[in-house]
Design a protein around this ligand. Structure first.
Ligand SMILES: [Zn+2]
Length: 150
């Protein structure tokens, strides 16, 4: 049985701040992110299954990633939990979608974070192969399962 990869693409707008960074990303600013999620598996062969011929229904993959990542992160501001606590408290009063993460919110760290969330939510018959997060038109970070297996 052939192993197949399927990919779904998502986009969302997100602001972030890179604390202590020596470039312009230390200021609050946003990016139009594009996220590509690739999973691997074998197409379902059960003739009685409504999903026969599919590794996973694209609709189901869409729902998982939308619920975990796109909806919460779209039009949010993501900051490190190491930000000055007084500033975090003040921002919480004024910013509805403020997400505090325990890492510097670079595209590299975001793909690690997103990969963990997606992997945990996938059904047992498929596996996360890689995710790619475009931060700008010319820059992306990737996480590959093969690179990260113990
Ligand atoms: Zn940035």
């Amino acid at each position: 049985m052939a192993t197949i990869r399927i990919t779904k693409m998502y986009d969302f707008e997100m602001a972030h701040v890179l604390k202590d960074y020596d470039g312009p990303c230390r200021n609050i600013h946003g990016h139009s992110y594009k996220l590509f999620v690739t999973i691997t598996g074998t197409p379902i062969t059960d003739p009685a299954s409504p999903k026969k011929g599919m590794v996973m229904d694209f609709k189901d993959l869409k729902a998982i990633v939308k619920g975990l990542i796109v909806d919460p992160f779209d039009h949010s501001l993501v900051i490190s939990s190491e930000t000055d606590p007084e500033m975090i408290q003040s921002m919480k009063k004024h910013i509805e979608k403020l997400i505090t993460v325990d890492f510097q919110p670079t595209s590299e760290n975001l793909v690690i974070h997103f990969a963990g969330m997606i992997s945990a939510a996938l059904p047992a018959n498929v596996k996360l192969h890689n995710i790619r997060l475009w931060e700008t038109a010319t820059s992306y970070s990737e996480w590959f399962a093969d690179d990260n297996e113990a």
